[in-house]
Design a protein around this ligand. Structure first.
Ligand code: APR
Length: 314
């Protein structure tokens, strides 16, 4: 058993970056470098976290040299939505520029790291990170499927009157309004969802409402909080981080650059992947019906169009 201390660098020490640092430190996942262009923010959060956990394994910095030889880099840098910004796509142009600078740093200081992208619109940001940093596709993933699935599981559990932990849902596609929840493949305590809905006397309408709440879960939180969600996005990233560091071979829905799977090529979009010590160890191809495949393709195409709209030519 390898007994090495891992190095985890978090780029962007804002709400999500700070929460990831906290969770990763609580779980003793490794040494943590918090980087932000706002040096005070990174250093302040690192100090506060260090005091809270009586540890000297967290540093805050605005020097990219400090991310040298990281095992994992988690990217949360950039602009988040504010109330009134209904689509994550509006952040695209500004955040592509941020990804370019982060990718340069990864290339220079830590080219072998496993990279998890959270910055929105996450599928586009994962794609440009993959290209700018010249990473193999098994070493770069976007976090969104875990988040969308956790929202779907939650809203479904509330409609059914069961624990959110009893629901095993799956949401594919891009992290946007055209995400693709798959009720046909959802189970509740091991029982197919459709059977459970029948038993509970719930109809299609109840399911449609759950799906709508899932689609707009992020916007609902944004309107309530006046800033975008951060606890659940951070938890999603930490689940991916742990799967990689501990070679868990978990199957998690993540944005990955597809290479013909699901009949999609050279687009990053959410599908189930196996995460272990070599990064993405496999892409799980679910057998979709015609409607599901059509919705998935539509979602992938809107990611592709956004990539084209920023003038990207591969
Ligand atoms: N390099 C490093 N850090 C940067 C850069 C940059 N070029 N540009 C911005 N940042 C930092 C900001 O200083 C800020 O501290 O990124 C941080 C972002 O933090 P928040 O504004 O708190 O945003 P957060 O809620 O954490 O979301 C981060 O993830 O889910 C997405 O849509 C969300 O794109 C957003 C990102």
């Amino acid at each position: 058993v390898e007994n090495r201390v891992y190095k985890i660098s978090i780029i962007g020490a804002g709400r999500i970056g700070g929460t990831i640092a906290h969770l990763a430190a609580l779980k003793n996942l490794g040494h943590i470098v918090l980087f932000d262009i706002d040096e005070g923010l990174a250093q302040g959060k690192a100090l506060d976290l260090s005091h809270s956990l009586a540890t000297d394994t967290i540093i805050g910095t605005h020097s990219y040299q400090d991310i040298t030889d990281s095992d994992v880099v988690i990217v949360t840098a950039g602009t988040a939505r504010t109330p009134g910004v209904t689509s994550r796509d509006a952040l695209c142009e500004a955040n592509v520029a941020v990804m370019r600078s982060v990718a340069e740093a990864i290339k220079s200081y830590t080219p072998s790291a496993f990279v998890i992208v959270i910055t929105n619109p996450v599928d586009v940001m994962t794609y440009v990170m993959h290209k700018f940093a010249e990473l193999n596709r098994n070493m770069v993933l976007g976090m969104s499927g875990i988040l969308d699935t956790s929202r779907y599981n939650y809203f479904l559990s509330q409609a059914l009157g069961v624990s959110p932990k009893a629901v095993q849902g799956i949401v594919l596609g891009g992290h946007g309004d055209d995400m693709v929840p798959l009720p046909r493949l959802t189970t509740v305590g091991g029982v197919p969802l459709m059977e459970v809905l029948n038993q509970k006397g719930l109809d299609e309408h109840a399911l449609t409402q759950v799906i709508e709440k899932t689609r707009y879960g992020g916007t609902t939180i944004l309107n309530l909080l006046k800033t975008s969600a951060f606890y659940a996005p951070a938890s999603g990233a930490v689940e991916m981080l742990e799967a990689y560091l501990h070679d868990q071979k978990k199957i998690l829905p993540c944005s990955v650059c597809l290479n013909g799977e699901y009949d999609v090529r050279d687009v990053c979009v959410g599908v189930p992947v196996v995460i272990g010590q070599t990064g993405v160890e496999g892409v799980i191809e679910l057998e979709l019906n015609e409607m599901e495949q059509m919705n998935f393709k539509k979602s992938a195409q809107s990611v592709e169009m956004m990539v084209k709209s920023i003038g990207w030519t591969s």
